[in-house]
Design a protein around this ligand. Sequence first.
Ligand code: SAM
Length: 353
Amino acid sequence: MAAFDQAKFEALQGRVMGNVGGAVGLLLAYMGDQVGLYKALEESGGVTSEKLARQTGLDERYLREWLSANAALGYVDYSEQSNEFTLSPEQAALFSHESEPTCMQGFFQAVVGQFATHDKVVDTFKSGEGRPWGDHHPCCFCGTDRFFRTAYDSNLVGSWIPALHGIEEKLKSGGKVADVGCGHGSSSLLMAKAFPNSTVVGFDFHGPSIDAARKKADEEKLNNVEFEVRAAKAIEADNFDLVCIFDALHDMGDPVGAAQQVAKMLNPEGTFMVVEPMAADSLGENLNLLSGIFYGFSTTVCLPTSRAQEVGLCLGAQAGEKRLTEVLKEAGFKNVRRATETPTNMILEARLK
Ligand SMILES: C[S@@+](CC[C@H](N)C(=O)[O-])C[C@H]1O[C@@H](n2cnc3c(N)ncnc32)[C@H](O)[C@@H]1O
């Protein structure tokens, strides 16, 4: 065994303590989000715990402890002089600006969802058996939608679709789009709104997610989008110009079979857009914080979701472009290229010709 290096130990200890603070802070941030405290703080421009308690109707003593923890962690600012708590613009960007890509609340919610069913997480890991997507805590579905949606809001219409050969023009004039494994349908809704001459169909095998997607479509009064409960390999509709899978191909039990089905769904000139978490091709190249987070979710959600289905390939959320390209080629796609990317996502374009 290598000799104990005190400096290395202390550096790691500091990081791990930071993670413990983060784990506790994340739960506090989730609580604040659920009861609207960051919004209230932002709107107040600075408040004492007593005033915030009066404004929100929450218990002052609990609130003071929550505020103290947030102040100690740097999530809110505190002035000893005025005894007031404030939310700076930077803190607001992370904790209360829901529609902005900087907002972390979706991420927090997804982690809370994993902790909420920690017994099942351990049992699944011990047994090596699958755990169906639908078996997770609702925070897993809401959090996933919330944190992936920020990337789609910022990039899907403005840069990902324009990076595909000829698709933007087609959708502007009127095309047919499928969004497979659409979850709560945020990506489907974005495309339906941006391309009113096109029709979009979102498919997912998880009924409650499709219910949530339909509800959002109704609220937004969109009539060029519909949603169907359907497993990827069971979709019968065809003649699509664009089929997309957003952050879901690696969750499928049989991604090759799903991609073969996509090939049948497309018209001969059609395009398959696969959005996957950013990753290099080997673990050695993936030793960074973002990959650590993705491998983590992959251990508790993506692999068990895949294993619960037929084939159970377990690609994982850090499969990398090389492995994903193999899957797409095995399914019959002749041309596969990385059309574009962001720091968190790679966007692959697959075509039959
Ligand atoms: C990580 S979520 C992503 C959801 C959505 N695309 C998004 O980006 O927010 C993965 C989704 O894939 C769906 N899924 C997994 N396997 C599937 C399959 N074989 N057929 C259809 N949907 C599937 C799950 O129900 C879940 O909604």
